[in-house]
Write a protein that binds this ligand. Sequence first.
Ligand code: PLP
Length: 408
Amino acid sequence: MNPYLNDFPVLKEQMNGKRLVYLDNAATTQKPVQVLRAVNEYYRRFNANPHRGLYALSVKATQMYEDARRTVAEFIGAKKDCEVIFTRNASESLNLVAYSYGLNFVNRGDEIALPVSEHHSNLVPWQMVARVKGAKLVYLYPDASGRLSDEEIDRKITRKTKVVAFAQVSNVLGTVYPVRKIVRKAHSVGAVTVLDSAQGIPHYPVDVSDLDVDFMAFSGHKMLAPMGIGVLYGKEKLLNRMPPFLMGGEMIEYVHEQSATFAPLPQKFEAGTQNVGGAVGLAEAVRYLRKVGYRTIRQTEDRLLAYTLKGLAQIPHVTVYGGTEAREDRCGVISFNVEGVHPHDVASILDADGVAIRAGHHCAEPLLEYMHVNATCRASLYFYNTKEDVDAFLQSLSRVRRWLGLGA
Ligand SMILES: Cc1ncc(COP(=O)(O)O)c(C=O)c1O
């Protein structure tokens, strides 16, 4: 029995008359009662617009919001709280860097290096910067096991590179990229690093100071927190040099008819009313993750990943992408296809058995083009999943072809 299951009410739901088997954790994770309670309590007892009111309730809301920032800053090893900017999600965090840093510090002829496996959120914004500034996108290509070789890293990151944007974990192949190596190489040529940790920090500890990344983005909803809250970490000296991304209330110092000056960090990047309930939920999610511990998360996921890959290898006509072996640099994200069956049909057939997986291009079309596939199915694990979940998934999958009259 998984000791954490009881904390997740959704996982006790039935779907299509079957026990819900939730294997779409790379899309979003479920929320424990502790997080739901914290958000509920914030709205029931402390809700007010932060940073504005002079009355006690607003002061309390402000304090809770800033406490959440401190909790996140400590969790990721930021040197200062003001290096943590709250956003809506990883996409907004990455857009902030592209618009505010990219458009101001990347110039004609410069290069932006990124793995071809990047999620559209860490790829399309850089296409925009390249187009506007006349810069060039240089892609790093993974090998058949999903890894980026040392030669690829050395060859593609050069003196022309000004930005290296890369995910900690691929949301399609589950590959864990060598963050330290990439950051070291980028810094050796004077480039800044933008780490997309949307699929990383839910599963692996991240210390931004130790890794020396310049920017890091992630979403609360992929790590047990509510949707609508995300984080951008940035080194203070870089954030201070960057202009605001969104303009409006609370991000200003003085405003005159024809001009404005801007607030110091982090308010400079937090225009408008902020998602205090989301920040409170994120802080509670951080406390929950700390309680579970990354060691437990890794042990559970690694065991389930090995078990799933072994099971998939025994089902005929299934192709797994990014290597078929469990290994240290592979997370519990498994893309696969069933020969002769469209991934959407696979997902629908599994859904009838209560098994929730994702099917499609996973917002990583350039990678799928590179792999010469249109779409894949994707099962993704988290620490609250169980061997029974994997068994239900494998059993349902083994019936897909027969169900469609294609033989075993
Ligand atoms: C690697 C990666 N980066 C960025 C994102 C974007 O996250 P969000 O939709 O929360 O902004 C995702 C979402 O799936 C992702 O997997």
